[in-house]
Design a protein around this ligand. Structure first.
Ligand code: FES
Ligand code: FES
Length: 149
């Protein structure tokens, strides 16, 4: 199969039903997306496919046609993405395990809703965080949106 990931084309030989997460982490060494639950529930494995947050543990790599963006592909040139900069300003992560997925989900939310309310954030951000970083995560999203909350 051919995959377009972070602006590069990759040719991969893998079983047709292999989840994208396995291809990314174990075959291509792209370790930003994390394995949490493996059943589409937690969001640790979130990547963007054509801008849509997608749980790569339950997405067959062979079915992927669009551009895959992982946390590794988010910085714009030398600069971090504005959501990453806001994350740093608010010291959002605790253990960090869920955070690459959280950041990508936030990027997608802001692309769709540039100035989300707390309710918008809670509705869109379905990724779980066992460390309970939700208040800092919300503040960082408001900051990135240019409306400190
Ligand atoms: S590891 Fe994919 S949703 Fe939990
Ligand atoms: S920062 Fe630890 S699980 Fe979210």
């Amino acid at each position: 199969m051919e995959l377009n990931i972070n602006g590069e084309r990759h040719e991969v030989e893998a079983p047709a039903d292999m989840p994208l997460l396995w291809v990314l982490r174990d075959m291509l060494g792209i370790k930003g997306p994390k394995f949490g639950c493996g059943v589409g529930a937690c969001g640790a494995c979130t990547v963007l496919i054509d801008g849509i947050p997608t749980r790569s543990c339950v997405t067959a790599a062979a079915d992927v046609e669009g551009e895959v963006i992982t946390i590794e592909g988010l910085p714009e040139g030398e600069r971090l993405h504005k959501v990453q900069e806001a994350w740093i300003r608010h010291a959002v992560p605790q253990c960090g395990y869920c955070q690459s997925g959280q950041i990508l989900a936030a990027v997608a939310l802001l692309a769709e809703t540039p100035h989300p309310t707390d309710a918008d954030i809670d509705a869109a951000m379905t990724n779980l965080c066992r460390c309970g970083t939700y208040p800092r995560l919300r503040a960082a999203i408001h900051d990135a949106a240019g409306m400190e909350g």
